[in-house]
Structure formats: structure tokens, C-alpha cells
Design a binder for this molecule. Structure first.
Ligand SMILES: Nc1ncnc2c1ncn2[C@@H]1O[C@H](COP(=O)(O)OP(=O)(O)O)[C@@H](O)[C@H]1O
Ligand SMILES: [Mg+2]
Length: 221
């Protein structure tokens, strides 16, 4: 279970001061699928980034499985990010020179890359419907396929929580629905998902919706 308690995040000072998050509290139960919506600049990405430890809070706490994680050292955070939390971005962030299979394997290569790892990566590519594309480079894949590779990569370490920032922001509507269906399938398999989207249609596919405005929660389903 993930809990955000009274989170605040202030950027800059004086006239440049921006309260990107202002006293945001949120609970995400294991197996939940939450959409975070709101207009541009409302703090969606900031909220995701403080949950994932990519940015430090100005105030408040983030608690994962009963343990405070917002005040952890960089090393301890890397460990959590590797084992429990995975990120999926709008821009996919695949390595252009690597094949789909190698991209999925990447998070594992700091452990031992071996036949077992490769088997697991292939299994994940199959799960996202891309086993026939395993040897393709990102430039040979459509946007939707690249995002599916990115989702397979996010799952390779057995994470329990996916943080997705506008994962359908770069693909057409039909492909966006496919990406969403994949998230739904991953969620049914027990992975919790927090997905940022400015699209109400996409948001309504989640189990519940949290809306932000000017850094504050204005409604939570
Ligand atoms: N690194 C930063 N420095 C200063 N201001 C920032 C920074 N990142 C975000 N902001 C500001 O914080 C607010 C929330 O940004 P963000 O979380 O990116 O919104 P969203 O993802 O909802 O579009 C915006 O006003 C944005 O300009
Ligand atoms: Mg954003």
C-alpha cells in the first residue's frame, strides 16, 4: 500500500515561487488502478515524481508498504525503484541502438544477464503481444509498439507499482486504448498502477480518479 501524507512541493522563491503540490494526501491500495487528472501545470507529474523519489518533497511524507521512503538515501531509493516501483513515460525512453528484447532486459543487466533473464524478457514481450518484434530496434516499431516494449521493460523486475506519466500522450486514440488495455491486464495480474493523464476518456478506464488543480486535490473517487 502506498500513502502520500500532506505532501507539498515548492519550486523557486520570491516572485518565482510555485507551489506545485499543496497539502496533497492520497492512498493507493495494493491492486488499485488510479488515474490522476487535471489541467496542464496542476502538479500531476510532480506528484508522480515525488512518489517515485525522482524529486524531494518540501513537506509531508511518502509511505510504501508501511515504510517511509521520501527521506531515504539515493542508494536505498535506487533499490526500491529497481524492485518495487517502475516508471513508464510518454516518450518511451527506449535505447535506440538496442532491440526490443535488449531494451526489456536492460533493468536486469546489472544483475546477471543469462538465459533465464532472456527467457523472462521474451515471456514479457509475449505478454504485450510483441514476441515477433523481439529483434526490432525502436525505430522499426510504431509508437504504440514502443510503449508496449516500455511496459514490458517496466515489469521485468517484478515491480508491484507502475507510475505512468501520460503513457498514451504520444499515440493516436486507438493505440492509446490498446496501451490502456495492456495496463488493465497488468493490473488484473496484481500490479498497482498510478497513471497521469489529461484525457477524461482515458482516466475513466481506471478504477478511480483523483483530480488536481493548482497543486491541490479537488476530487478523489
Ligand atoms: N523544476 C521545476 N522548477 C520550477 N517549477 C516547476 C518545475 N517543475 C514543475 N514546475 C511547476 O510546477 C507546476 C506543476 O508542474 P507539473 O507537475 O509538471 O504539472 P503537470 O504535470 O500537471 O502539467 C507548474 O506550474 C510548473 O511550471
Ligand atoms: Mg506533466
Amino acid at each position: 500500500m502506498l500513502e502520500v501524507r500532506h505532501a507539498s512541493k515548492i519550486y523557486g522563491s520570491g516572485p518565482a515561487r510555485v507551489a506545485a503540490l499543496n497539502d496533497v494526501s492520497l492512498r493507493v491500495e495494493d491492486g488499485d488502478f488510479v488515474a490522476i487528472t487535471g489541467p496542464s501545470g496542476s502538479g500531476k507529474s510532480t506528484l508522480l515524481n515525488v512518489i517515485g523519489g525522482l524529486e524531494k518533497l518540501t513537506g509531508g511524507q511518502v509511505i510504501l508498504d508501511g515504510r517511509r521512503i521520501d527521506d531515504l538515501s539515493e542508494n536505498a531509493l535506487v533499490d526500491i525503484r529497481r524492485k518495487k516501483i517502475a516508471y513508464v513515460f510518454q516518450q518511451y525512453h527506449l535505447i535506440p541502438s538496442l532491440t526490443a528484447l535488449e531494451n526489456v532486459l536492460l533493468p536486469l543487466t546489472f544483475g546477471a544477464s543469462n538465459g533465464h533473464a532472456e527467457q523472462r524478457a521474451m515471456e514479457l514481450l509475449r505478454r504485450v503481444g510483441l514476441e515477433k518484434r523481439a529483434g526490432h530496434k525502436p525505430s522499426q516499431l510504431s509508437g504504440g509498439e514502443q510503449q508496449r516494449v516500455a511496459i514490458a521493460r517496466s515489469l521485468v523486475n517484478g515491480c508491484t507499482l507502475i507510475l505512468a506519466d501520460e503513457p498514451t500522450g504520444n499515440v493516436d486514440q486507438k493505440t492509446g486504448i490498446e496501451v490502456l488495455q495492456l495496463f488493465e491486464q497488468v493490473n488484473r495480474d496484481g500490479v498497482s498502477i498510478i497513471m497521469v493523464t489529461h484525457s477524461p476518456e482515458i482516466a475513466h478506464r481506471a478504477r478511480r480518479i483523483v483530480s488536481l488543480r493548482d497543486g491541490e486535490v479537488v476530487s478523489a473517487g
